[in-house]
Design a protein around this ligand. Structure first.
Ligand SMILES: Cc1ncc(COP(=O)(O)O)c(C=O)c1O
Length: 474
């Protein structure tokens, strides 16, 4: 293949991509056949074929057997890779104190909320939850007149175990502890496992709430880069465990926030084997595990754990309701300490909320809700991706998550997302700048967009404003 050919097929690919961006070709639409396209562009059939292969490899189009090429559901540029120069020496966490701003914006209706990881309130099953709450209050008016001590309301623990069993996890209700949300589970897990001064292995980038929780307890971290599709590499983990004394690892194997990566089952199995060999417990955050667009729930890391070294943490904040502050943990062999710590801090979680969620799950409403919300989130992610493709600088790359509702963007090195964060806030648009996802100030040229808001023209306009500000900065 000559250089000239290479340039030609890239030009054709770019032209087709821009037709998609401009809306001339829509998602799911069939694109011209190779023969037609070669006439339209006045190039050889081979050149068009190469352009199609390139577009397919980027996920822009997809081929359907005996039918032709179609505009793909997810349009994207290249996969985003985290920088390689993440920190591989134990160090304290240094992140800018922006997180409270992010939550303040989340509570302010005047903002376009592309920052904090929140769904639009109307995307939660509010009516059904309100109906169940009223009914419980009618039949159990004294529900909050008693403590619900750790490990929590048995019917809720049974429902959680039942769901996990259905998705191939061997869990009994007695292993489940109800908490005040996923962050509470994570915080208790850290305290149950680690001693002051310990070092934790974390993936990078990482959810800022976990970083803050770790910082508040004074632990050090080693960050290892995660791949945007497949998460952390078992070989990287092995290398770090061989070199440093690690007290625990914290991972987000399913739909990592912000990357959206899912660790494949073979790597999950391998990771558990490695951690077990080195005697290192793992805390897994699975808050987005139920939001797989395919409807097939990826397995917990715990599914591969025979020794109880994995503590799984999750909550209903991204599905039923963030305000209920109800989560859960499977503390494995740390159960006794975990529950002891809960008794010495929050005692347990809100009793009424536990009754409501148990009932919501028992009636099958949770499954129905998940079936309804997954395609909605997939569509929102797609719309935000399309809008970024249209409005952001051409060099912008972003992820293609297959679940959850976060989009992670990479811009050229000289771009500063903290600057964008400030100029966007002045226009009442909130974003999550990349630096808050790193323990030591990496990812300045990255940002995370929350795609949990119901799509409306204001979101497209806000992304256009962000894109314009980014272009001005560059
Ligand atoms: C990855 C991750 N873990 C934990 C949490 C905290 O969840 P909760 O509100 O249940 O404490 C969040 C919230 O955004 C999150 O994104």
């Amino acid at each position: 293949m000559t250089n000239k050919d290479q340039l030609l097929y890239e030009t054709v690919a770019k032209e087709i991509e821009s037709q998609i961006q401009m809306g001339d070709l829509r998602v799911g639409e069939k694109i011209a056949s190779v023969r037609e396209q070669s006439k339209l562009f006045n190039v050889s059939i081979n050149t068009v074929l190469q352009a199609y292969v390139l577009l397919e490899s980027r996920g822009v189009i997809e081929s359907r057997p005996q039918s032709g090429f179609y505009v793909s559901k997810i349009v994207t540029t290249e996969e985003v890779r985290p920088e390689a120069d993440v920190q591989t020496k134990p160090a304290p966490i240094l992140i800018p104190d922006l997180v409270s701003d992010l939550f303040e914006a989340a509570a302010n209706d005047k903002y376009v909320l592309l920052g904090a990881a929140c769904l639009s309130p109307e995307l939660h099953p509010n009516e059904a939850v309100a109906r169940i709450t009223r009914s419980i209050l009618r039949t159990h008016s004294d529900v909050n007149a008693k403590y619900e001590f750790t490990p929590g309301h048995l019917p809720l623990r049974q429902q959680i175990a039942k769901r996990l069993l259905r998705t191939g996890h061997k869990v009994s209700a007695s292993e489940v502890t109800i908490t005040n949300g996923a962050l509470d589970s994570l915080h208790l897990a850290l305290r149950a496992i680690l001693k002051p001064g310990d070092t934790i292995l974390i993936e990078s980038p990482n959810y800022f709430g976990i970083l803050q929780s770790i910082a508040s307890l004074g632990f050090k971290v080693i960050e290892i880069p995660a791949n945007a599709r497949t998460g952390v590499d078992p070989d990287d983990v092995k290398r770090i465990l061989s070199k440093y004394k690690i007290g625990a690892a914290v991972l987000m194997p399913n739909f990592n926030n912000p990357l959206g990566s899912v660790i494949p089952d073979v790597n999950k199995r391998e990771l558990v084997k490695i951690f077990s060999k080195f005697g290192v417990p793992v805390i897994e955050d699975d808050i987005y595990g139920d939001l797989a667009f395919s409807g097939i729930r990826p397995k917990l890391l715990r599914a591969f754990d025979e020794e109880g070294i994995v503590i799984s943490c999750s909550s209903f904040s991204k599905t039923i309701s963030p305000g209920s502050r109800t989560g859960w943990a499977l503390p494995g062999k740390f159960e006794k300490e975990f529950r002891r710590l809960q008794l010495s801090s929050t005692v347990g979680s809100n009793r009424l909320q536990q009754y409501v969620i148990a009932e919501f799950m028992a009636t099958g409403a949770f499954e129905r809700y998940l079936r309804k919300i997954r395609p909605v989130l997939q569509e929102q992610l797609h719309r935000v991706s399309q809008s970024v493709l249209k409005h952001f600088p051409e060099e912008t790359r972003f992820t293609q998550p297959q679940g959850g509702f976060m989009l992670w963007l990479e811009l050229p090195k000289k771009f500063d997302s903290l600057e964008l964060y400030k100029s966007a806030a002045a226009k009442k648009i909130s974003i999550a700048p990349g630096v808050i996802f790193s323990a030591n100030g990496n990812y300045r040229n990255y940002l995370r967009l929350n795609c949990g808001r119901l799509w409306r023209p204001e979101i497209d306009a806000a992304i256009k404003t962000l894109g314009t500000l980014a272009k001005q900065q560059l």
